[in-house]
Ligand binder design. Structure first.
Ligand code: WT7
Length: 676
């Protein structure tokens, strides 16, 4: 390596090579109507005023009794927010809206088959259905405050109804993503010690009717082998008049909810007055080790935080039709389909199916039909829609004023398509960076105050104070240097602990960097997010991906996302995925997998063009070992590219079980291409 090469490839140099994108400013029309347009909020929410500024968020809710203390740190870093306050989440999402808005639509439920009618559920109807379900949970299933219940259901209106019924009773729900296997459901049943499992019998996914009840039987069996008995399985029938699962009911254990509910006709259940710090739900997420972590979210703090985020960052107004196209089985759906929007008395759209089925126009037809004006989705969906139907949005008559992207860094090229094609140049975009653990947003622009910058999440939202640490725990204050992104202060949406594993909680999220492990002072417990990021001169944070997504080439860190983003600038590229390949001298090298746009023939020339684009934009250090032009990316059923599988192929290790992927057959095709 020549001297010049070395100089060119230091981290600082890589940062300089990054072309900062231009700012995009919100229109005055948007700013004029924004829920938050006063920049003083950042002043008010400065650390000098911490934690009291958060009472502004708590005031958005209705409390039975106000808190005695805003933040109790006596068990740091397990915090209690709005301690001593009494509140109920179900009451806040439903009952309190009845006086003025009982006839307003709470949920627009859009079934996957387009022949099925859209359900418009008013707040009054939601109230009735949640109360009856709560009565069933209490009297038939014998659930009470503090019990845990596992809910393994796909997207339907019955899912939020079930969650809110749990919240009404103070029962802690643990929702498992519908597409997860029986064994994933079983792991969560065991860890949360659930004796009740709630499922749907069957549902449509991309045109196929799937039997889901069969997973319940399997999950109960696996859980039993691991020592957890499920004595009651509540089965919602998705199409009660037309179809029911072929999997028989188990006598004495299974109860059909639709039938059982007739016993509770007209019954009302008083909401439990929960302590603010009582857990509301568990949401399992994977960590670096195999065992999923049950992130425990509290009631008052969580609800205050997501309500404020829905109001100020999602900018939801009473007259808006808001559609978050996530799955309720993930945190995004919990916070931004169910709890945040409903606490604000919004009209929230729930779509059962996938965005690209039966065709790339489906999402836009829904937007047109329901007059959706706030749209919330993830880069993976945006890329898929861009790939198969770049010109589809223009064919439909809908107008978004606001759009969100969440879940992964979004490549500026994709961002721009989202802005111009999906948003028709009329919508502002917020790129919200956060995690299952954090309950709500950490970094994002406040849409009426800060300009957007494609590819960059933005500064901390009001009340969140992010900073970057190097691997030795020293703060990096210069702009443009990558490190570990942390949050200096606790916030009400932060999870309380890992269910049943306080040690793991402390070790994973705070351990190596805290200054004093015995401290009860929040200042000694900065939150370690596990993402690599860098701050720009303007205080915006660019998220580079999980720490484990960072490729260390010759001691220099490269975000896989940066390389992917660079390759997406090449017009023929539809999707890109980078994985690290072991290299004797450099440690790791990036291998670049590319799916081309439909109709584009793979050629050596295109591969070279892509490789050159990466070198041009980031530097030679990022040059891919090889550009593989593959027929398709291996993907999970939720649409995430399985980089793990690609990594195994590149490194010639075992790809493991790929049968749960959406397209397992492509794995062998790629393996042959790369290894033979
Ligand atoms: C990880 C958290 C946040 C809800 C959905 C995912 C990545 C999330 C962004 C974003 C770049 C992002 C991070 C984070 N991530 N949002 N806007 N830009 N990266 O929740 O499954 O807990 O994943 O998703 O790596 O750590 P999750």
């Amino acid at each position: 390596m020549s001297k010049k090469d070395v100089v060119e490839t230091t981290e600082a140099q890589i940062a300089v090579h990054w072309k900062e994108e231009d700012y995009y400013y919100p229109s005055s029309k948007f700013v004029g109507q924004a829920n938050l347009s006063d920049p003083d909020i950042f002043e008010r929410f400065s650390l000098d005023n911490f934690p009291d500024y958060y009472t502004e968020f708590a005031e958005l809710l209705t409390w039975y009794k106000y808190w005695d203390e805003v933040l109790d740190t006596s068990d740091a870093p397990c915090y209690k927010w709005f301690k001593g306050g009494l509140i109920n989440a179900s009451y806040n999402c439903i009952d309190r809206h009845l006086k003025d808005n009982k006839n307003k639509t709470a949920i627009h439920f859009v079934p996957e088959p387009e022949s099925e009618k859209v359900e418009h559920i008013t707040y009054q109807e939601l109230y009735v259905r949640v109360n009856e379900m709560a009565a069933l949970l209490r009297d038939t299933a014998k659930l009470k405050r503090g019990d845990r219940v596992t809910i393994h259901m796909p997207m339907s209106a019955e899912l939020p109804i079930t969650m809110l019924a749990c919240a009404r009773l103070g029962v802690i729900h643990s929702v498992v993503f519908g597409g997860f296997s029986a064994s994933a459901s079983a792991d969560r049943i065991v860890d949360s010690q659930s004796r009740v499992l709630i499922v749907t019998d069957a549902y449509y996914r991309s045109g196929t009717l799937l039997d889901h009840k069969i997973n319940a039987d399997e999950a109960v069996k696996i859980a039993k082998d691991q020592g957890q008995t499920v004595d009651t399985v509540l089965v919602w029938q998705r199409y009660p008049e037309k179809y029911s699962s072929d999997t028989p009911l188990v006598e004495g254990r299974d109860i059909v909810v639709n039938q059982e509910l007739s016993k509770y006709y007209g019954v009302r259940v008083e909401p439990e007055k929960m302590l603010s710090e009582d857990p509301l739900f568990l949401m399992y997420t994977s960590g670096t080790t195999g065992k999923p972590k049950g992130c425990q979210h509290g009631t008052g703090g969580y609800l205050a935080y997501v309500t404020a985020m829905s109001k100020y960052i999602q900018d939801i107004h009473p007259e808006d039709v808001y559609w978050c196209m996530a799955d309720i089985g993930w945190i995004t759906g919990h916070s931004f389909i169910v709890y945040g929007p409903l606490a604000l008395c919004a009209s929230s759209v729930i779509y059962e199916g996938v965005p690209t089925y039966p065709d790339a126009g489906r999402s836009w037809r829904i937007a047109q039909e329901l007059d959706v004006n706030i749209f919330h989705t993830a880069p993976t969906a945006i890329r898929a829609l861009r790939k198969i139907g770049p010109d589809e949005p223009a064919k439909y008559n809908y107008h978004f004023k606001h759009m969100t992207t969440v879940g992964e860094p979004i490549e500026p090229e994709v961002w721009k398509w989202y802005e111009s094609a999906v948003g028709k140049g009329e919508a502002i975009i917020v790129d919200t960076w956060w995690q299952t653990e954090t309950g709500g947003f950490l970094c994002s622009t406040v849409p009426g105050i800060k300009p957007m910058k494609p590819g960059s999440a933005g500064p901390g939202v009001p009340g969140i104070h992010p900073f970057i640490l190097d691997d030795e725990g020293k703060e990096i204050t210069e702009a443009g240097i990558a490190g570990n992104i942390c949050i200096r202060n606790p916030w009400p949406g932060q999870f309380q602990t890992i269910w049943g594993d306080r040690d793991r909680f402390v070790k994973t999220y705070f351990a190596d960097i805290c200054r004093n492990p015995d401290s009860k002072d929040w200042q000694d417990w900065p939150y370690l997010a596990g993402d690599a990021a860098m701050m720009a001169e303007d205080g915006y944070f660019r998220i580079l991906g999980r720490i484990d997504d960072v490729i260390n080439v010759s001691g220099h860190r490269l975000g896989t996302k940066e390389i992917e983003s660079a390759s997406l600038v090449v017009q023929e590229v539809a999707e890109a995925a980078v994985v690290p390949v072991a290299h004797d001298i450099k440690g790791k090298e990036p291998d670049l997998y590319i799916a081309l746009r439909p109709g584009v023939e793979p050629t050596e020339e295109i591969a070279r063009k892509i490789s050159d684009a990466v070198c041009d934009q980031i530097g030679k250090i990022a040059k891919p070992r090889k550009v593989w032009l593959v027929p398709d990316m291996p993907k999970t059923r939720s649409g995430k590219i399985m980089r793990r599988v690609l990594g195994a192929i590149s490194n010639k290790t075992d790809v493991g079980n790929v049968m749960t992927l959406a397209n397992p057959e492509v794995v062998e095709e790629i393996r042959v291409m790369v290894q033979d």
